[in-house]
Design a protein around this ligand. Structure first.
Ligand SMILES: O=P(O)(O)OC[C@@H](O)[C@@H](O)c1c[nH]c2ccccc12
Length: 187
């Protein structure tokens, strides 16, 4: 996940809208955006598939891959109701319900950072600097700094906090020249 020249790897989010901001990119062409992200140097793409809140779709994932984008693609879906977890769990024939699902953990406190990642988690999140991140690193977990990253200074801040990757949507997806926006953020 480490990016070129020692910078955090960029997970660029293909995001049309959010519940808090409304439509972020009215001229939303998921393939054009994904290709621009890749040309700009993204390490991975996060494709929002939630329709109700983020105006995404599963078809966008298919279209992006079919268009020849080679970056790894994350399917970003939101589990907003507990029943979705148990429904999914029962589909899988699992009695664990939603416990079978998490692959990523959020932490907002020092204690949470070391306690949160479930067994098998590959990615965690943390944005404040302390020695807890070295414990997480020792467990082979890549921390992702995310949400509200707008400038190279923001990138430097989360890198300083121990993040090996960043997840960015709004600040780059809303730009006219997305490829240039990615390059400027990673500069
Ligand atoms: O668009 P931003 O501020 O760069 O954020 C991207 C990403 O972090 C955000 O879409 C996100 C991450 N986790 C979430 C959970 C719910 C809703 C949204 C999110």
């Amino acid at each position: 996940m480490w990016g070129r020249r020692g910078r955090p790897g960029l997970i660029a989010e293909v995001k049309k809208a959010s519940p808090s901001k409304g439509v972020i990119q009215p001229d939303f062409d998921p393939v054009r955006i994904a290709q621009a992200y890749e040309r700009g140097g993204a390490a991975c793409l996060s494709v929002l598939t939630d329709e109700k809140f983020f105006q995404g779709s599963f078809q966008n994932l298919t279209l992006i891959r079919a268009a020849g984008v080679r970056c790894p693609l994350l399917c970003k879906e939101f589990i907003v109701e507990a029943y979705q977890g148990s429904k999914q769990g029962s589909k899988q024939g699992s009695k664990q319900g939603s416990k079978a699902l998490p692959t990523r953990a959020w932490a907002h406190t020092r204690g949470g950072l070391t306690a949160a990642p479930p067994p098998g988690a590959s990615i965690g999140k943390h944005t404040s600097s302390d020695d807890a991140h070295s414990k997480v690193k020792a467990r082979g977990i890549v921390m992702v700094g995310e949400s509200g990253i707008f400038t190279p200074e923001d990138v430097a801040f989360v890198k300083q906090a121990g993040c090996g990757a960043i997840l960015v949507g709004e600040s780059i997806v809303k730009q006219g020249d997305i490829e240039a926006g990615v390059k400027a953020l990673l500069a």
